[in-house]
Unconditional design. Structure first.
Lengths: 351, 71
């Protein structure tokens, strides 16, 4: 993707360093590490910090499809990995706080000898009580055409690379959990048909509304919390020690998806869009009803049976996504209900 | 004891659908294929899905139970 516009001192310094060749930036990297430390000390809420979330998003992007004009060599430069870790540590701590709050007084069966069915039960229980504000009902009943576009812009940050963060976890799993993740991912990636990849279906929906569908086109327009929702998946996917969290994340994602996607599709049908546009949502109604069973029982449950010590991280991943996506939904709904845009600045209407 | 696993399997999900995996076809009573977009499918067994024969997760909303309530 194109390098986005900077949002503060850290992203400015980061983009300055990345524009040059690795090996020439010893001073710049030192300065960047100091800036990160200073900005972290000044920031009261890293999840809502535009500068830090954008910097982290771009650092992760080096592990996905890269940044235009930036040398691929930067991906494994130790000093730059150090910058990423400086950001990841407080980000993970903030996520753990938010997740603990979302979990509330979760009653757990005894961890020893927990079966995969019991793990799935706990996760389905969590998904069922997700009582946050309903973005899907708003989209179904009230959203204007402009708001539908805003909704796609927020989603596009992830959906144009849908499934990629979880793919990083495949070689970290084994046996039943690995087979389950591969089965889900194969479906996410279209079962061998590139035009049916979920990211490709989402791109088709965007084009149907006259929007640009290339990856990262709208990064400049979304607030920090939209980036945080994607950064948390990269954090979980790229750190082997958090393999429990990425499975819990996927399980809750799938378990809270079928019905909202039916409602999202209804919102677009209400505005007269046909199956070309709604196919992405219709596909998820059916696919995620399959995936939620596999993700809850075989992936997360299978992992906990194999490695009982990971139960808490599975639950961390599950409740972290509830907390952050709840916060993002609340942000969007608050803006819309008071007649404002949920984006950082008005996006020029696409032709 | 060199028994090969069967080519297809049906997972009976507690309070949920039937997950069917392997080599099988889904057909109407007259033998016409039912449109199918994926290898592994979830078949509705609560009766409330809007996309039958496939599951759409509605069983969770209607509190479908596969086990009789305990006395």
């Amino acid at each position: 993707m194109k390098i986005p516009k900077q949002r503060g001192p850290v992203s400015t310094a980061l983009f300055g360093v990345l524009a040059e060749a690795p090996g020439t930036q010893a001073k710049g990297l030192e300065g960047l590490q100091r800036l990160v430390a200073a900005q972290l000390a000044a920031s009261t809420d890293i999840i809502a910090d535009d500068d830090l979330q954008l910097a982290l998003f771009c650092l992760y992007e080096l592990h996905y499809s890269g940044l235009e004009g930036v040398s691929d060599e930067w991906e494994w430069v130790p000093e730059l990995i150090r910058v990423r870790q400086l950001l990841e540590t407080p980000f993970e701590a903030a996520l753990r706080d938010a997740a603990a709050e979302a979990a509330g007084n979760l009653e757990l069966p005894p961890a020893s000898g927990l079966t995969s069915d019991a793990v799935a039960d706990v996760l389905f229980g969590l998904a069922a009580r997700d009582g946050g504000p309903s973005l899907s009902r708003y989209v179904a009943k009230k959203a204007t055409l402009e708001q539908l576009k805003e909704f796609l812009i927020h989603k596009s940050i992830y959906q144009l690379k849908e499934a990629d963060p979880h793919t990083f976890a495949i070689p970290r799993l084994s046996g039943r959990a690995k087979a389950a993740l591969v089965e889900i991912q194969a479906d996410e990636y279209g079962g061998g048909r590139p035009e049916r990849m979920h990211s490709a279906l989402f791109a088709r929906t965007m084009r149907g509304l006259g929007m640009t569908d290339h990856y990262g086109a709208y990064v400049n327009d979304v607030p920090a919390v939209s980036l945080a929702a994607v950064n948390l998946m990269s954090l979980f996917g790229l750190n082997r020690r958090l393999r429990g969290a990425i499975t819990g994340h996927l399980a809750i994602y799938e378990m809270t998806s079928s019905q909202p996607n039916r409602l999202y599709g209804n919102g677009f049908r209400r505005h007269g869009f046909d199956a070309q546009v709604t196919h992405y949502f219709d596909e998820h109604v059916e696919a995620d009803a399959v995936h939620e069973q596999i993700a809850g029982r075989d992936l997360a449950g299978g992992l906990v049976e194999a490695e009982p010590g990971l139960l808490n991280d599975v639950l961390f991943g599950a409740t972290a996504v509830m907390a952050i996506d709840g916060r993002l939904s609340a942000h969007i709904l608050q803006a819309w209900e008071s007649g404002r845009t949920s984006l950082r600045a008005a996006v020029p209407a696409a032709a | 004891m060199n028994q090969e696993p069967p080519e297809s399997s049906i997972v009976v999900c507690p309070d949920g659908p039937l997950i069917v995996r392997g080599d099988f076809e889904i057909v109407t009573p007259s033998g016409e294929p039912v449109p199918r977009e994926r290898k592994t499918v979830a078949l509705c067994r609560c009766g409330a899905s809007a996309i039958k024969p496939y599951c759409d997760g509605t069983h969770k909303m209607i509190k479908f139970r596969t086990e009789p309530p305990s006395p």
